[in-house]
Design a protein around this ligand. Structure first.
Ligand code: ZN
Ligand code: ZN
Length: 389
């Protein structure tokens, strides 16, 4: 009898008790877990995980805006911006085909949806460019996801390039054939502006004449030092030299599973240091350049912020001493979700310190307890050297 009772208990553990159909077994379980990203506070601030560059079906993405919110939540994010291409929205013709019953049975020809070189005709942009953001608002509230209104200025890449406008009031009031005027229009609305993927479709990251004007007028607040899986190391230097915030965004068009998850990677994140994740606090953090940028296991930022993040993530303890060999053995424990690659002077190779793990390492007596964190960057070829207390 006791055996039978235990068997019933065991069965109940794997089968939903309230299954309506006794002939079906749910093999997955529920709820589905969010992939959390554990990071310590840095300089007293919480580290929020943001993706400030995401596309949806309202330009050329494959996912709905509300789907983007859900996806971001399961990816462990706190803050997102859906930033459709302002000048290139290839799905509009598909919508018109789908909605042909609303057009006297005939699909209309999409107009002014690809205007990044020519500009629109007298009809102007016919789409409501605020819709993608609005379509995500309800889901964002349900998932407690901070949603920043934004759009991406999308011009030819060689001379002008792309710019994300965040904290917009009305995306329909931004377009101007002159891209500099479009940036000024965004600024007039109080937008913060990111120079996106500065090396994309070019053979240099150097400033063009247009960039010199835009930066010169103070219209740029941040740079994507990483976009998708591409890192632009010399843009870290530019951010530090010109006091701009560093961003790493996905620019995802398909699903983050195919961009990152399939490779075992976390998606790109702009790490925002703030007391809370309200729009006001997030904006303040961006204005005060309190960000770091995470891309494919690499973290970019100001040297002091990187050191604080690393030292908050790890602890080191002396395990034993071998006086004969003049060696000390330490255990370094990483309680964060980021892996670290460490280099110790005179060691034969690099040390990998995985997330949520400990490694046992050797320090000769005569060496200080110092490591270089090779996957942290505070310049094109600069990695922080951290000394343990
Ligand atoms: Zn772009
Ligand atoms: Zn984009």
């Amino acid at each position: 009898m006791k055996k039978l009772f235990l068997a019933v208990v065991a069965l109940c553990c794997v089968m939903p008790l309230s299954a309506a159909n006794p002939e079906e077994i749910n093999l997955r379980g529920y709820p589905v877990p969010r992939r959390e990203i554990f990071l310590p506070k840095v300089n007293g601030y919480n580290v929020y995980k943001a993706d400030l560059h995401i596309h949806s079906i309202y330009s050329d993405g494959h996912v709905t805006p509300d789907g983007r919110v859900t996806e971001a939540w399961y990816d462990g994010l706190d803050i997102i911006a859906i930033t459709e291409h302002l000048e290139s929205r290839k799905r509009e013709q598909e919508y018109l085909n789908f909605l042909k019953g609303y057009n006297d049975g005939k699909p209309k020809k999409a107009k002014n949806w690809w205007i990044y070189k020519t500009g629109p005709d007298e009809d102007g942009i016919l789409a409501d460019l605020n819709v993608a953001h609005k379509a995500a608002v309800k889901q964002a509230a349900a998932y407690d996801m901070t949603l920043i209104p934004g759009i991406e200025i999308t011009r030819e890449p060689k001379e002008i390039g792309h710019f994300n406008l965040l904290f917009l009031k009305d995306a329909n009031e931004i377009y101007d054939f002159d891209p500099l005027q479009a940036l000024r229009n965004a600024r007039k609305q109080g937008a913060l502006i990111i120079h996106n993927h500065p090396g994309w479709s070019r053979n240099t990251n150097a400033k063009t004449e247009f960039h010199k004007k835009a930066y010169g007028e103070g219209l740029i607040d941040g740079i994507e030092v990483a976009n998708s899986a591409t890192l632009y190391p010399n843009m870290i230097d530019r951010c530090l030299e010109e006091n701009l915030f560093m961003a790493a965004n996905s620019d995802v068009h398909g699903t983050t599973a195919e961009y990152y998850g399939a490779f075992g990677l976390r998606r790109n994140m702009t790490l925002i240091l703030a007391h809370d994740k309200s729009l006001k606090s997030v904006r303040e953090a961006l204005e005060e350049r309190r960000t770091m940028a995470y891309c494919a296991g690499h973290i970019c930022g100001d040297e002091e912020l990187l050191k604080a993040l690393f030292l908050g993530s790890v602890k080191i303890e002396l395990q034993s001493v071998d006086k004969k060999k003049k060696q000390r053995y330490y255990v370094i424990t990483n309680t964060s979700s980021f892996d670290y690659t460490l280099f110790r002077e005179k060691a034969s190779g690099n040390w990998t310190l995985p997330a949520m793990s400990s490694i046992r390492v050797t320090f000769p007596m005569k060496l200080d307890l110092k490591v270089t964190v090779l996957n942290m960057w505070y310049g094109a070829d600069k990695h922080p050297v951290v000394e343990f207390e």
